[in-house]
Design a protein around this ligand. Structure first.
Ligand SMILES: Cc1cc2nc3c(=O)[nH]c(=O)nc-3n(C[C@H](O)[C@H](O)[C@H](O)COP(=O)(O)O)c2cc1C
Length: 949
């Protein structure tokens, strides 16, 4: 005797099939708007037990039992195990039920005689099983209207038919590979087993919310998280896989299922498991284990159909074992539980009392015990209350396969048991989750509140939603954007976006992306709709005073520090202090930061103090002319604004604001490649005669740089291209990194593989070419621009010398260590200037030489000019000044510096900048530190010997 196979289950199946055959469910006519019908076949076979295997068939007899009585009269059937045939649908993008476990079936064709014929034909087409030849038709299960869109949009009428295979020798199945990945025979007893009950998760955003648009879509996904559905874990006895169907991974469904399989836990798997449970709000581990790949789970629509069948089999508990659908977030789950509690209790009571069991077959005498356990209930006529609830609705299955709805046509006593169970549930849940938009103001109010509660209640979970490379949403300017597909191509690297995913990224995005970036980078469909910003927690807007290690001398005595407004600021340090209090922490960190231990930055700032000035007396200094020329263009100041990214990070006026201030002072501004506004915006409305340079970071995709050069050529105010060469890879800027890495969002970049693994450098420098050379880049540039070239970032006299060999294409060089932000312990520009004077002073005659880095005082400017610099660049000073007071702040900064330069010139006894020379400075203290090794050009000829100054 085979153990584990209950003979009564066969008898129960027999009785049930008889009842279904003699008393089929009525036909559900299609609603006028939904002509589509589909049929599925619930195919049962009796799998013989080992000890009662059927005798070999008499070869002379070809007949197989054609009716239930003859079939079940065969003794072997009494010891067999009823099994149901399931298919695993092939993975198909367009199929809303891709990779699901289902019953064979499909749409009704015009050629089909009726719904049952469609089930037979589809079964033949999908699995090669001819039910006309090998099956006994055993009636049907309740027909239902399948709906979507929260039950509002009818899709089709689904008609399930039941068949019994007439022989245990199932004919070989022939799987249609584009539709069926596999077939599985699953014992009825395992389908009934409580231990096989589990839950399946579905991503609401991918299904439900995708049917919505705009704010509804966003809100739904945000609030509802994932849905959890009742599911049955399948234990097939005989799987058959299609050899031609794509590999299992291709079939990965959007559905995650928890199953009961366990593997020994590791620390990692435990941590991930816990994180996963917290994420799914399954903190109490209500459900067995973490999702595993390749589970066979029955859920949704097919489960609804099968459950109708199972519930007709004693002990009729298929539905009481049912888990009501709910949502993963704990708060949502709680509200759904609360709102549906009484309803569910009532349904459970009705089921247990049998009052709502709408149809149980009247079991005949096949089995005493069976007859006794059967619930022989005809549904009483509906009460007025129920009638009200049911109204005129047809039997429907909405909400991803859950049975809902009321009676079939006028036969109120015959309908899907699942429908009875869930009747009204969807309405209740939908009513609380999806208010109608009749009153838009009220709707937004409700949604705002819901999101507010949701955000407060599960901030952590919220943060985790749509924060992966698989689904990445951000809020920008009050709109929700799905940026998933953009992640790989983001110039600053996908990580830069992922850091901000699931949150309002406007503050980070806006200052560093010129207008038009969104439009150019994302398809229109990426905009998911508006987002109510008032529901978000307030963000920190300003930066608290920095720690002492990061304070400048002017910041060290806050008690005595009277700085509250621009007029209190007497020097550039004051402006930096004021800005530090006013600008966001991230902006400060980005501006302030420098490489490694900030040695070079510190040297930049201190080196000038070691150079002494040599004032002369008895010189008429009533007149003082600070004007000079840059590449032949007259400017009023010998100092200029060096290219610096992200000016809008500190103040919305941005680079354009700096340009306005420069316009007033007749100062040159070099616009950064990574400016937060477009070059067109920045130069627009510039003062007459105002000039600009444009700084270029050559991109890996050269065509992008070429396009930019074309745009620059269209702006006559831009007189030269400044090619920055000291940042082929990013420096390590820890202040920036510690403060959420603002710089990491910059689209400045390098292809260095050493940064590919992540970190600030990778994000900051992704996209910028690291393969520039003397021999390839300058010829390329010559092809794409007619503008003069200024090379920026030279830190040795050798490179200055080589650059001078490229004159006249190269018209100028900027000696710079990038404000100490790149190679820490690289020399300050003033060292390189002295090196050039020492080894190859002829460079001064071939190209114009500029310096930048660490300029804080007018005397610093004057000293650099005395040593041969044609002009002096300011990097941080304009940024901090802008942060301290917008355009006015920059004006104040330029005014202060101009006054200081004038004072220094007058005290030196110099009338114009061209009068400044080496005789005005004593740089011996610094010269001692200047490089002394091998040189190029004239070689070591002693100090000043070759200088033309
Ligand atoms: C916040 C910031 C951003 C910068 N961005 C750029 C840039 O985009 N391109 C560039 O060539 N140099 C850039 N630099 C370097 C400056 O052009 C300049 O060389 C340096 O800041 C001078 O040092 P200083 O800040 O001490 O005046 C940047 C510097 C800072 C501080």
């Amino acid at each position: 005797m085979a153990t584990g196979i209950s003979p009564s289950l066969v008898a129960q199946t027999h009785t049930l099939l008889q009842a279904l055959t003699t008393s089929p469910y009525p036909n559900l006519p299609s609603p006028p708007s939904v002509p589509r019908r589909a049929s599925v076949a619930l195919i049962i076979r009796i799998q013989p037990s080992y000890s009662h295997w059927p005798p070999p068939r008499d070869s002379t007899s070809t007949s197989t039992p054609q009716d239930l009585e003859t079939f079940f009269a065969q003794p072997w059937t009494h010891h067999g195990s009823p099994e149901i045939l399931f298919i695993k649908r092939a993975a198909r993008k367009s199929d809303r039920w891709t990779s699901h476990i289902a019953l064979p079936g499909g749409r009704l064709d015009p050629t089909d005689a009726d719904d049952a014929a469609a089930a037979v034909r589809e079964t033949w087409e999908e699995v090669g099983l001819d039910l006309n030849t090998h099956g006994i038709a055993c009636g049907n299960l309740p027909q239902r209207l399948v709906t979507t869109h929260w039950g509002k949009k009818p899709l089709m009428v689904l008609c399930p038919y039941v068949y019994l295979l007439t022989t245990h020798e199932t004919p070989p199945l022939r799987l249609q590979p584009t539709e069926v990945a596999a077939t599985h025979w699953v014992p009825l007893r395992s389908l009934l087993a409580p231990a096989q009950r589990t839950v399946a998760f579905e991503d609401v955003s991918s299904r439900l919310a995708n049917q919505e648009t705009g704010v509804r879509k966003w809100m739904l996904s945000l609030i509802l998280g994932k849905m959890m559905f009742a599911a049955i874990g399948l234990l097939p006895t005989e799987p058959l896989h299609s050899a031609e169907t794509p590999a299992p991974e291709a079939a990965a469904a959007a559905v995650q299922v928890q199953d009961n399989r366990h593997s020994p836990p590791t620390f990692y798997s435990r941590t991930m498991g816990l994180a996963s449970r917290v994420y799914r709000s399954d903190v109490l581990d209500q459900f067995p284990a973490a999702p595993k790949e390749g589970p066979l789970h029955l859920w949704g629509l097919t489960l609804g159909v099968v459950a109708d069948f199972l519930d007709l089999i004693p002990p009729h508990n298929a539905l009481t074992l049912w888990t009501y659908p709910t949502f993963t977030p704990l708060d949502v789950r709680f509200w759904v539980w609360l709102l549906t509690y009484r309803f569910k209790e009532r349904k459970r009571a009705e089921l247990q009392a049998g009052s709502a069991v709408l149809y149980k077959p009247t079991f005949g005498g096949a089995s005493e015990s069976l007859a006794n356990s059967a619930v022989l209930v005809d549904r009483p006529m509906t009460t007025s209350t129920t009638a009200e609830v049911e109204g005129e609705r047809t039997d429907e299955t909405g909400f991803h396969g859950l049975g809902t709805g009321s009676a079939v046509g006028d036969m109120k006593s015959r309908k899907a048991a699942v429908a009875t169970m869930l009747e009204g549930w969807v309405d209740r849940v939908a009513a609380c989750c999806l208010p109608e938009i009749a009153d838009r103001g009220r709707y937004y109010d409700i949604v705002r509140r819901a999101v507010g509660v949701t955000l407060v209640g599960r901030a952590g979970v919220l943060a985790l939603q749509h924060r992966s490379a698989d689904s990445c949403w951000v809020v920008l300017y009050g709109q929700v954007y799905d940026v998933t597909s953009f992640l790989p191509s983001h110039p600053g690297g996908g990580n830069a976006i992922l850091q901000l995913a699931g949150s309002d990224a406007t503050e980070e995005y806006d200052p560093i992306h010129p207008p038009g970036t969104l439009r150019d980078s994302l398809p229109v469909s990426a905009n998911l709709g508006p987002f109510d910003m008032t529901t978000l927690p307030a963000k920190e807007a300003t930066f608290p005073a920095p720690t002492s290690t990061s304070q400048s001398p002017a910041q060290t005595q806050p008690d005595e520090d009277p700085l509250t407004s621009l007029s209190d600021c007497l020097n550039l340090d004051d402006l930096e202090t004021l800005a530090t209090r006013r600008i966001p922490r991230k902006a400060w960190a980005y501006y302030y930061s420098a490489g490694d231990d900030l040695h070079s930055k510190h040297l930049n700032n201190t080196v000038y103090s070691r150079i002494l000035l040599r004032p002369r007396i008895f010189v008429d200094c009533t007149r003082c002319d600070t004007s000079t020329t840059f590449l032949g263009h007259r400017v009023q100041l010998p100092f200029f604004v060096s290219p610096a990214a992200m000016a809008r990070l500190g103040n919305p006026a941005g680079e354009r604001g700096i340009a306005q201030a420069c316009g007033k002072f007749g100062a040159l501004q070099i616009i950064s490649n990574n400016a937060s506004q477009t070059p067109e915006q920045i130069v627009e409305d510039s003062a007459p005669g105002q000039i600009f340079g444009w700084q270029l970071y050559v991109q890996n995709e050269r065509s992008k740089s070429e396009v930019m050069l074309q745009r620059i050529h269209a702006l006559p105010q831009i007189k030269f291209i400044c090619l920055t060469l000291d940042a082929p890879v990013p420096g390590k800027r820890e202040h920036d990194e510690r403060n959420k890495n603002v710089g990491a969002s910059l689209p400045v970049t390098s292809s260095s593989p050493s940064f590919a693994s992540g970190g600030v450098g990778n994000a900051l420098f992704a996209g910028t070419a690291a393969d520039l050379t003397w021999s390839s880049t300058l010829p390329w540039l010559a092809k794409h621009t007619h503008l003069p070239i200024v090379l920026k970032g030279l830190q040795t006299h050798e490179d200055a010398y080589i650059a001078s060999q490229y004159a006249p294409q190269v018209k100028g060089i900027i000696l710079s260590n990038h404000g100490g932000r790149e190679m820490d312990t690289a020399p300050p520009a003033i060292h390189t200037l002295l090196e050039i004077r020492k080894f190859c002073p002829e460079v001064f005659g071939r190209v114009e030489v500029y310096v930048d880095g660490g300029i804080k005082r007018g005397t610093d400017v004057v000293k650099a000019l005395c040593l041969g610099a044609r002009g002096v660049g300011l990097g941080r000073a304009p940024l901090f000044a802008l942060g301290a007071g917008g355009v006015e702040g920059v004006e104040r900064m330029l005014g202060i510096l101009r006054a200081e330069v004038e004072t220094a010139m007058r005290l030196l006894g110099v009338v114009g900048v061209e009068g400044l020379g080496g005789r005005h400075v004593n740089a011996r203290a610094v010269e001692r530190d200047v490089y002394e090794g091998e040189g190029v050009g004239r070689g070591k000829e002693g100090w000043w010997v070759g200088s033309k100054l």
